[in-house]
Design a binder for this molecule. Sequence first.
Ligand code: ATP
Ligand code: MG
Length: 260
Amino acid sequence: MPEDQPAHLYIENLCAFYGQSLAIEPTTLPIPRQQVTAIIGPSGCGKSTLLRSLNRLHETLPGARNEGAVWLDGENIFDPDVDPIIVRRRIGMVFQQPNPLRGRTIAQNVTIGLELDGASKQECDEAVERSLKLTALWDEVKDRLNDPAMDLSGGQQQRLCLARSLAVEPEVILMDEPASALDPIATLRIEDLVKELVSEYTIIIVTHNMQQAGRVSDNTVFMTLGDQGAGMVAEAGPTSEIFTTPANRKTEDYITGRFG
Ligand SMILES: Nc1ncnc2c1ncn2[C@@H]1O[C@H](COP(=O)(O)OP(=O)(O)OP(=O)(O)O)[C@@H](O)[C@H]1O
Ligand SMILES: [Mg+2]
């Protein structure tokens, strides 16, 4: 990794394969610390694959693998000595569909990671309150912490899933279209949370919603399909520049709705 690289995550020549098929061409990309980076681009260009590669989830699919490096504060997450469980703790993820653990209560959803670590009841209780406050859910659920998580609305479930990933105190949060299944009000709540959390966390968010990328992100990465049919980064930079003066014609066509 370059010595003077201030990035929190430095993606270096990262490729992703499904079996023999190359899904993402070699990609090099710095992800600045405590900023929001939005990933945009047409369906199938590899946004989710890239995101899942960043916390070693991609490789858990049969036949799927990565090449290249992702440096997290100077350590390559793919180094053989690195435990993928620890990587996923430091780099948490929230998915498109809220996925609370069925059969567990609201509180138990927050504490699952801590329980696996052998945390005490007191540590778990503290984490529940802290994480639910961070996701602005505490006031809504503090009197029903022992109710099934599945009783919550979709927007509440998504904030619970965010609380679950925050409970293990990650440094980076990956969000794959976290609001696309939510109504406009719940969407704005998620966006507000992103804007608050970025003072402490590095956030990468995939979105199809250009307005959302414009509202929440500091940096935007535009992905597209290369000539070989694999995903690639066509352009990346400050959101204000990408949205006003894109250097790449494909970026301009995409953000103005002419393509994708
Ligand atoms: N489990 C899988 N097995 C094989 N190929 C896959 C798998 N998941 C995704 N792909 C392929 O990898 C490519 C990138 O898919 P990916 O889901 O990363 O795209 P995306 O940009 O997130 O799309 P969308 O905007 O629709 O979510 C696509 O060609 C897709 O068909
Ligand atoms: Mg996707």
